[in-house]
Design a protein around this ligand. Structure first.
Ligand SMILES: [Zn+2]
Length: 245
């Protein structure tokens, strides 16, 4: 009799475990992200900063991705690191002039960032690590961390370039175009000081998942982390489509 009850208990335990596993599997939509650390000689800003690539693989794994996942948990989206590539910029003919252009680019009178710098950033990416046309629709998302992506700009979703999104690890957005400083890895949770790489990356991935700046003091506009109900619906739908679940 004892053996009979033991078998029942074991069966029950196995049953519970399976339930838990399938519940967990359903909970998060897992999206793959490839992070490119764009290596180069330091880019020299006219105001003096020597902007090097200082973000490391462990910064990405231990600090940036966990904060991104905490932000995106409200849409039950989980970012899985597919790869972190230490990628030397492509040194084609005239690349130095193009970097010079990027470093000096500014917003126009209406506050729009300079679109002419985007193809130049795209040209610095190694073609063998980009997504092909077919892969673009699949479950692989790209973030390129450059030394700098233009004055008072911290990120761009790169919509016309297959969403090979870019962020700068040096920025002068918070000091309105003064000498660039290292971008924060994550933001202090209590009081907003300035935008971090984790939040900017989360914001650009929001665009990739179909979101616009349609909120206030939130992830997609101004400061904050929140996604509203409509944004959760849109991003979840796109995430499901891309991940095939
Ligand atoms: Zn935006």
């Amino acid at each position: 009799m004892k053996i009979f009850y033991s078998i029942i208990i074991v069966l029950l335990l196995i049953g519970c475990n399976e339930d838990n596993n399938s519940l967990n599997a359903e909970e998060n939509i897992k999206l793959n992200i490839r992070v490119h650390l764009m290596e180069s000689e330091a880019w020299i800003h006219p105001l003096g900063s020597e902007m090097n690539m200082w973000v490391t693989e462990s910064d990405v794994r231990q600090t940036i991705i966990p904060e991104m996942n905490s932000i995106w948990s409200q849409a039950k989206i989980e970012w899985m690191v597919e790869g972190i590539i230490n990628e030397p910029i492509v040194e084609y003919n005239g690349f130095e002039e193009d970097i010079e252009y990027i470093i000096n680019s500014e917003r126009d009178d209406e506050g729009r960032s300079d679109p002419a710098r985007l193809p130049l950033l795209y040209n610095l990416m190694n073609p063998s690590y980009l997504s092909s046309e077919i892969e673009l629709e699949k479950n692989l998302f790209h973030i390129y961390i450059f030394p700098f992506i233009g004055n008072t700009s911290q990120g761009n979703a790169m919509n016309p370039y297959g969403f090979h999104s870019v962020v700068g690890c040096w920025t002068n957005k918070h000091n309105r175009g003064e000498n660039p400083e290292k971008t924060l890895l994550t933001e202090p949770q209590t009081e907003f000081v300035r935008g971090s790489l984790a939040r900017t990356i989360s914001h650009e991935l929001g665009h990739v998942l179909g979101l616009s700046h349609s909120c206030n003091n939130c992830l997609m506009y101004s400061r904050g982390y929140e996604l509203n109900v409509a944004q959760i619906v849109i991003s979840t739908e796109e995430a499901r489509r891309r991940s095939g679940v």
